[in-house]
Write a protein that binds this ligand. Structure first.
Ligand code: PMP
Length: 461
C-alpha cells in the first residue's frame, strides 16, 4: 500500500493513465520517474534505469540536454505563445518549416504543424479527403493501413491503427479503412518463402484489394517504414518499392508515418531513406523535439498540396488546425534538436551503436526463449517463445512471457516495453557502445533468470 499522501497514493487517487489497465493500477500504482541523465532515468527512490525505449521511442538526445533547455528558456522569455491561424506567424515556426523541407528525403513542398503523432495522422486524413474533393473525386476517400500498424489513438487515427487492444471497447467507426497484411516475415511468410517472394505476395495482395474495392475509391496508403508499436517489424528491403509500384499504378498517395523512424532511428535520417520509400506525405514527431515538448508535423509534396491550396481559395479557408499548431517554444526546441542531431553526428552514432546492439542480440538467437531477433539502425526487438518450432510463447496467455521478461528487466534496472511477447529496444540516439554492452548484459541476465524460473515451475514435483 502506498504511503498516504505520497505521489504514488495521489496518482492512484486522481490520475487516469493512458494505455494502462486502470483497474489494476488501483492496486499496482505507478512507477514514478523523478529525473533523467543521458540514457538513464531515476525513480523516486533514486534507482537508476537504462531507458531502453527512450521513453516511448522518443528522447533521441537522452534525458538531460542543456542546449535544448537553454533554447526553450530563451524562447519562453521572448515569445512564450503565439498562434498561426489567419496568416499569423513567428520566427521559430518558419525556421523549423524551412529546415524540415531542406532535410526531407524527397522533394517536399509545405509543412503543417500539429502537437502529437495522432494529430498529425488525423490531419493527414483530413487533408487527403479535402484534396480528393478539391480534385472533383469525392468518391476517392478510402485509406489502406496494415494489420498491427500503430498510427495513434485519436478517434480517426485509431481506425488506421491495426492493434485489437486499441480497438476493443470503443465502437470506433471504421468506414473507409481497408486492411492488408503486416510485412512480418517471421509470422506471416509461407513455409520456405523467401523475403523477396513474401514482399511480392504482399504487393499482389495490395493490388487485389485495390481492384476489388475500385481504385477510384482509394485515396492513400499509410505505413510506418519500420513498424514500431506492432512489435518492431522490419519489412523485406524490397517490400516498399514493390508496394509503391502498385500504389503509383492506381494513383494512390503514399504516406510514410515517420513518427518513430524520423531523425535517425533507422540509421539514416528518415525511415523512408532506409527502406526505399518515396512518400507523398510524411508525419513526424517524437525525436523531432526529442519529445522534450509536444510537437509534430505533416510534410506534403507539391502534388498533394497544390489542389488543397486551390480549394482553400475557393472555400475561403483551409478550416483545420490547432491552438498550438507551430507553438513557438516547441518549434524552437525542435530547431535546436535538429541542429544537435546534425552537429553531434547522432545519426551516425545511432547507426554504429545500433549495429553493435543488433549484433549482440543476434548472439542470443540460440537462447531457449528467443524466437526471432530483428531490427535496423537503432531499433530492434526480440520475440520471445517457449517453443521455437510452433513459435508459441506461454500457451493460452499471449503477452505473459513478455511481461515476465519485462518485469525482470525492470528489477535489473532496464525500462522497456513488451509488445505482446516481443521486447523492444529503441534507446536514445546518444547511446555509447559501452552503454549498449551494459544493456545487452542485463537483457541476457533477464532472459536467463526467466528461463530458470520457468524451468523450475515446469519441473515435475
Ligand atoms: N504514429 C506512430 C508511428 C507512432 O509510433 C505513434 C506513437 N507511438 C503515433 C503515430 C501517435 O503518436 P502520439 O502518441 O504522439 O499521438
Amino acid at each position: 500500500m502506498p504511503i498516504p499522501n505520497s505521489v504514488e497514493a495521489r496518482d492512484i487517487a486522481f490520475h487516469l493513465h493512458p494505455a494502462t489497465n486502470a483497474k489494476k493500477h488501483l492496486e499496482a500504482g505507478p512507477l514514478v520517474i523523478e529525473r533523467g541523465e543521458g540514457i538513464h532515468v531515476f525513480d523516486a527512490s533514486g534507482r537508476k534505469y537504462i531507458e531502453a525505449l527512450a521513453g516511448l521511442w522518443c528522447a533521441g538526445l537522452g534525458f538531460s540536454d542543456d542546449r535544448v533547455a537553454d533554447a526553450v528558456y530563451k524562447q519562453m522569455k521572448t515569445l512564450p505563445y503565439y498562434h498561426t491561424f489567419a496568416h499569423r506567424s513567428h520566427g521559430p515556426v518558419v525556421d523549423l518549416a524551412e529546415k524540415l523541407i531542406a532535410m526531407a528525403p524527397v522533394p517536399m513542398s509545405k509543412v503543417f504543424f500539429t502537437n502529437s503523432g495522432s494529430e498529425a495522422v488525423d490531419t493527414v486524413m483530413k487533408l487527403v479527403w479535402y484534396r480528393s474533393n478539391a480534385m472533383g473525386q469525392p468518391e476517392k476517400k478510402k485509406f489502406i493501413a496494415r494489420e498491427r500498424a500503430f498510427h495513434g489513438l485519436t478517434a480517426a487515427a485509431s481506425c488506421l491503427t491495426g492493434l485489437p487492444g486499441n480497438h476493443r471497447g470503443f465502437d470506433l467507426v471504421f468506414d473507409g479503412v481497408l486492411r492488408v497484411t503486416a510485412p512480418d516475415h517471421y509470422r506471416n511468410a509461407l513455409p520456405g518463402e523467401s523475403e523477396s517472394a513474401f514482399a511480392t505476395r504482399l504487393a499482389e495482395e495490395l493490388e487485389a484489394l485495390i481492384l476489388a474495392e475500385g481504385p477510384e475509391t482509394i485515396a492513400a496508403f499509410i505505413g510506418e517504414p519500420v513498424m514500431g508499436g506492432g512489435g518492431v517489424i522490419v519489412p523485406p528491403m524490397d517490400y516498399w518499392p514493390k508496394m509503391q509500384a502498385v500504389l503509383r499504378k492506381y494513383d494512390i498517395l503514399t504516406i510514410a508515418d515517420e513518427v518513430i523512424c524520423g531523425f535517425g532511428r533507422t540509421g539514416t535520417m528518415f525511415g523512408s531513406t532506409t527502406l526505399g520509400i518515396e512518400p507523398d506525405i510524411m508525419t513526424l514527431s517524437k525525436q523531432l523535439s526529442s519529445a522534450y515538448l509536444p510537437i509534430s508535423a505533416v510534410m506534403v509534396n507539391e502534388k498533394t498540396v497544390a489542389p488543397i491550396i486551390e480549394q482553400s481559395g475557393d472555400l475561403g479557408i483551409l478550416g483545420h488546425g490547432f491552438t498550438a499548431s507551430g507553438h513557438p517554444v516547441a518549434a524552437a526546441a525542435a530547431v535546436e534538436v535538429l541542429r544537435i542531431i546534425e552537429e553531434d553526428k547522432l545519426v551516425e552514432n545511432a547507426a554504429r551503436s545500433g549495429a553493435h546492439l543488433r549484433a549482440g542480440l543476434a548472439k542470443l538467437a540460440d537462447h531457449p526463449l528467443v524466437g526471432n531477433v530483428r531490427g535496423v539502425g537503432l531499433i530492434a526487438a526480440v520475440e520471445l517463445v517457449l517453443d521455437k518450432e510452433t513459435k508459441t510463447a506461454i500457451p493460452g496467455q499471449p503477452g505473459a512471457l513478455g511481461v515476465l521478461v519485462n518485469t525482470r528487466l525492470q528489477e535489473l534496472g532496464v525500462l522497456t516495453r513488451a509488445m505482446v511477447d516481443t521486447v523492444g529496444f529503441s534507446p536514445p540516439l546518444i547511446i555509447t557502445i559501452a552503454e549498449v554492452d551494459a544493456l545487452l548484459e542485463l537483457f541476457t541476465q533477464a532472459l536467463d533468470d526467466v528461463a530458470a524460473s520457468l524451468a523450475a515451475t515446469l519441473e515435475p514435483a
